[in-house]
Design a protein around this ligand. Structure first.
Ligand SMILES: [Zn+2]
Length: 67
C-alpha cells in the first residue's frame, strides 16, 4: 500500500511503498483508537534525498487526488 508523506525539509508531498513501522508501535485505546509509532522510509526522499522517519499520525493513507 502506498502511503503519502510530507518532506519536512521542502514541505512537499510524495508517495512511497517502501517503508516499515519501527519496533514499538502500539495501538492506543481511548475515545478514538489510534496508532502510535514511527514509520521508517527505505527509499530516499525525492525532494531532498534523505531517509525520513515520520510519526504515524503524520502519514496519510490517501490523498485527495487520483493517480
Ligand atoms: Zn525530504
Amino acid at each position: 500500500m502506498k502511503l503519502y508523506f510530507t518532506c519536512p525539509k521542502k514541505n512537499e508531498l510524495f508517495a512511497s511503498e517502501h517503508y516499515s513501522l519501527t519496533d514499538g508501535f502500539s495501538v492506543v485505546e481511548g475515545e478514538q483508537r489510534k496508532l502510535e509509532g514511527m514509520v521508517q522510509l527505505h527509499e530516499s526522499c525525492p525532494h531532498c534525498g534523505e531517509l525520513h522517519l515520520f510519526p504515524v499520525d503524520k502519514v496519510m493513507c490517501s490523498y485527495g487526488k487520483k493517480e
